[in-house]
Design a protein around this ligand. Structure first.
Ligand SMILES: [Zn+2]
Ligand SMILES: [Zn+2]
Length: 342
């Protein structure tokens, strides 16, 4: 099969013929029809996940496609099924999985990180009965691929962890893929959304996707947020993952407000205004992907047209273009998602 491969962290990725993957006994191989280019892929290429990633490596974790080969112990799936997967693939057996919390599985695998990913014609997914999600017949592969990482993560952060309600003020700090998804989801729930970003193009998209207020990030953006939200938000998300946006998100809240950390932060402590957390009884929550079994309500809202992840896709490229686009991500500030068709 053809795949985007890199031999060293930070080394030039290139398209190459490599061996086809084979399914494990309870796994499948999926023929990739669409796969998103995500900043996490760039972090992986830079070696920020070198503790779990072996070289040479194939990146890619936001995928949809058709089941191509099935292991002997798989019961729910057959060749030809149209599917997607969460970017966190669960084991189905650990204590978290048994409790229904596959998104924090202690034995999780992540395509494009713990094994070869989906910037390829085929990708192997283990524990298929736990991890595959069927696509409604009318859903395009590119739309489904747009769900896998950023949209599903945003959905869980706004709906399950953030508990956004109609009429509430919801602030989204950082309007990349996950932030724009959160804006769209919170607005669809009837919340009043304030979008914050440094990039005016991202703020324009946020307004298109339902943000009531768009604020350019500046050193005193917290004051602007508090003014726009009548004294502070009910719910605020750090969708970027930076100590400054994390702290700003907490300081954006009204009393008893809820902060959800969605953007990934470097390992180690991040300073947060804990005096405010105590004095105002704020909630500090994390959100990490979404389990395959929790996709139903999100898929229904997408199928009904209430949520439009397809509108987040700004451009579609092929594998060769993906190799150069991955390496260029540190220099690019392009708004919206990039979709790859292998
Ligand atoms: Zn991603
Ligand atoms: Zn597990």
């Amino acid at each position: 099969m053809r795949a985007v491969v890199y031999e060293s962290f930070g080394g030039q990725p290139e398209v190459r013929e490599v061996a086809d993957p084979t399914p494990t006994r309870d796994g499948v191989v999926i023929g990739v029809r669409a796969t998103g280019l995500c900043r996490s892929d760039w972090h992986g290429w830079q070696g920020h996940d070198s503790d779990i990633t072996e070289l040479p490596h194939v990146p890619g974790h936001e995928l949809a496609g058709e089941v191509h080969a099935v292991g002997g112990d798989v019961t729910r799936w057959r060749v030809g099924d149209r599917v997607t997967v969460p970017f966190i693939c669960a084991c189905g057996r650990c204590a978290s999985c048994v409790a229904g919390d596959q998104q924090v599985c202690s034995a999780q695998t992540q395509p494009g990180f713990t094994h070869w990913g989906s910037f390829a014609e085929h990708v192997a997914i283990d524990h298929a009965d736990v991890n595959l999600v069927a696509l409604p017949p009318e859903m395009a592969y590119s739309t489904a691929a747009a769900l896998g990482c950023r949209f599903a993560t945003a959905f869980r952060s706004v709906v399950a962890q953030g508990r956004a309600r109609p009429g509430e003020w919801v602030v989204v700090h950082g309007c990349g893929g996950v932030g724009l998804s959160a804006v769209m989801i919170a607005a669809a729930l009837g919340a009043q959304v304030v979008a914050v970003d440094v990039n005016p193009a991202a703020l324009d998209l946020a307004k298109q996707f339902g943000a009531a207020v768009a604020l350019e990030a500046h050193p005193d953006v917290v004051s602007a947020v508090r003014e726009a939200t009548d004294g502070g938000a009910h719910l605020s998300l750090d969708a970027l993952g930076h100590p400054v946006t994390a702290s700003n998100s907490v300081l954006s809240l009204r009393r008893r407000g809820r902060h959800v950390q969605v953007g990934l932060l470097p390992s180690g402590p991040t300073p947060l205004p804990m005096d405010r957390v105590i004095g105002w009884e704020l909630e500090i929550l994390g959100s990490h992907g979404m389990a395959a079994h929790a996709y139903g309500p999100m898929m229904d809202l997408v199928a009904s047209g209430a949520l439009r992840p397809d509108l987040l896709i700004a451009r579609t490229i092929d594998l060769a273009e993906a190799a150069s686009a991955l390496a260029a991500m540190d220099r690019s500030t392009a708004a919206g998602m990039t979709m790859i068709k292998p």
